[in-house]
Design a protein around this ligand. Structure first.
Ligand SMILES: N[C@@H](CCC(=O)N[C@@H](CS)C(=O)NCC(=O)O)C(=O)O
Length: 208
């Protein structure tokens, strides 16, 4: 019997994204609890991920890091329904994944670090406000795209493109960023995050 896939991380981290993808494809996996303070600094973990960051994934001899790349792999290898059906849609899934990593997550993390992640004395309210303002641009792009197609990013079906974008947007959704001006994003996010697999991952994340 094949060894299960190992996900290194904790639900209250970017490993949440991988737990959601793993649940979505009913992957045979184990979560190896590795936190982002001490766990990432162990010699054994650094041998897997020289960046000393969670998450990481091990599947047989293959080791991967970068949460969104891990999800592309999980979907490509194990998630028939999650993986786009055409090469063109694969291109769109890569586009949305890189867009999320470069256009959405950095500005959202600026807001998150300075609003609730860091201890209060380390937060900079000006950076928090600038982050919240800056997030309007990528969420505005999503609002436009979802308004001109949908209901999902690649069309009719939920794919890894939705999962990768929605699992990053979850941070804003869960922590009270105002989605009022972006009703289509809010509706799409609610739908994605209410999927049974998302709920199972959220239970792990929100109980932690
Ligand atoms: N781009 C990486 C970022 C990974 C990352 O920053 N992980 C955080 C936890 S969510 C971490 O391990 N931080 C430890 C540190 O920066 O020392 C990914 O998406 O996997």
């Amino acid at each position: 019997m094949a060894a299960p896939v190992t996900i290194y991380g904790i639900p209250r981290s970017r490993a949440f994204r991988n737990l959601w993808a793993a649940e979505e494809v009913r992957l045979d996996y184990v979560l190896e609890p590795t936190d982002f303070v001490t766990g990432v600094k162990s010699e054994a973990f650094i041998a897997l991920n020289p960046n000393a960051k969670i998450p990481a994934l091990k599947d047989g001899a293959l080791v991967l890091w970068e949460s969104l790349a891990i999800n592309l792999y999980i979907a490509r290898k194990y998630g028939e329904g999650l993986w786009p059906a055409t090469v063109e849609d694969e291109g769109r899934a890569f586009m949305w994944t890189l867009w999320t990593a470069t256009e959405l997550e950095p500005i959202q993390m600026q807001w998150a670090y300075n609003s609730f992640v860091r201890p209060p004395e380390q937060r900079d309210p000006a950076l928090a406000a600038a982050g919240a303002e800056g997030m309007k641009k990528p969420y505005g792009v999503l609002e436009t795209v979802l308004g001109s197609g949908g209901p999902y990013l690649l069309g009719q079906g939920f794919t890894i493109a939705d999962l990768n974008v929605a699992s990053v947007a979850y941070t804003a959704w869960f922590n009270g960023w105002d989605f009022g001006p972006f009703p289509k994003v809010k509706r799409w996010l609610d739908t994605c995050l209410e999927r049974p697999a998302a709920r199972r991952a959220r239970e792990m994340r929100e109980a932690a």
